[in-house]
Design a protein around this ligand. Structure first.
Ligand code: PMV
Length: 318
């Protein structure tokens, strides 16, 4: 049995933990789930009690094993047989493309199916969120809001993928893994960035503006609040000690490309996560122009285009 989940891209970002041990977010967030990129997982329990085996895109992977095993323990308990986990993704991993979101959403779903404990979607989203905050959002499709609740995270879809079918062009500027995980970077920002408290304080305003923009299908309003929220998150990172800088020259060149397109009235805006890739969100009419312009930008290795998609699901048996 294989499960599949797609990455999601936050327009109002989750950045900061209210409770590090339980991985509860300090701020709410709002994201879009993609359809063209995916992570697929299968979890098979073996007869013995030895170590788990993780195979990612056909190769043994020990780097992610402890996080993956810990996630399976949360569902199947510590006293369980060893598991063989197979994972396949059609995009670069750990490079700021939200691979942990799709991977952990798919892993939780595959594990629950394997132990016949398919819980309701929110319960599974909470388990995934306790491993990677953004993974909770990949259980839902379209525009998704995740609230920084009290005891538990709360997450739901606000508008379905076909109700406002935006497009996303991802400009990949580097395919290697990122230098610092988002979890470590968030903790550093909370401890050392002088802008962190004001970031947390103002997040409800950005969320309200984004939610309203989505409800009204107001692209300009969504563009303004998303770019502002993204640049604010990166300002928190840049001002931490030592600074956290995920961008490279091509990331900045891509921002200029998007600015040039906006000057020509193209309906497009950018967002950037914990990595050097730029994600350009646009109306379908602008997709080709945006893709061509980003492909021609210095330092862009390749571009990927996606529409909006649905939440995590079990794949039909083949
Ligand atoms: O879920 P994590 O721990 O990989 O953190 C995600 C952080 C950002 O991608 C930068 C923002 C977000 O809301 O997805």
């Amino acid at each position: 049995m294989w499960s599949q989940a797609q990455p999601n891209i936050a327009l109002v970002k989750y950045w900061g933990k209210r409770d590090v041990a339980r991985n509860l977010p300090a701020v709410g967030s709002l994201s879009i789930t993609l359809d063209a990129l995916y992570s697929r997982m299968s979890v098979d329990f073996l007869e013995n009690r030895g170590l788990d085996e993780l195979v990612v895109n056909g190769e043994e992977n020990s780097a992610m094993l402890s996080r993956v095993s810990g996630c399976i323990d949360r569902i199947a308990g510590n006293d369980r047989p060893a598991a063989r986990i197979q994972s396949e993704s059609n995009f670069p991993l750990a490079a700021g493309l939200a691979s942990s979101a799709s991977a952990f959403a798919a892993l939780v779903l595959a594990t629950c199916e394997s132990v016949n404990q398919t819980a309701d979607t929110l319960a599974m989203a909470r388990i995934a969120g306790s491993v990677s905050g953004s993974a909770a959002r990949s259980f839902y499709g379209g525009f998704v809001e995740l609230a920084a609740g009290d005891e538990n995270i709360d997450v739901w879809s606000i508008v379905g993928p076909e109700d406002w079918p935006l497009k996303v062009v991802v400009a990949i500027t580097e395919t290697g893994p990122k230098p610092l995980s988002s979890g470590e970077a968030m903790i550093r920002c909370a401890k050392t960035s002088p802008f962190y408290d004001s970031w947390v304080e103002r997040q409800p305003d950005d969320l309200a503006a984004a939610r309203e923009a989505v409800d009204k299908r107001d692209f300009e309003q969504l563009a303004a609040v998303s770019e502002h929220n993204c640049l604010k998150m990166h300002s928190v990172m840049w001002a931490s000690r030592p600074p956290v800088v995920y961008w490279n020259n091509a990331t900045i060149a891509c921002m200029e490309t998007v600015r040039d397109l906006q000057k020509k009235s193209e309906p497009v805006f950018f967002t950037i996560d914990a990595g050097p890739q730029l994600k350009a969100v646009c109306l379908p009419s602008a997709e080709e122009t945006v893709r061509d312009a980003l492909s021609d930008t210095a330092g862009v290795v390749t571009t990927l285009v996606s529409g909006l998609g649905y939440g995590a699901r079990v794949l039909e048996q083949s």
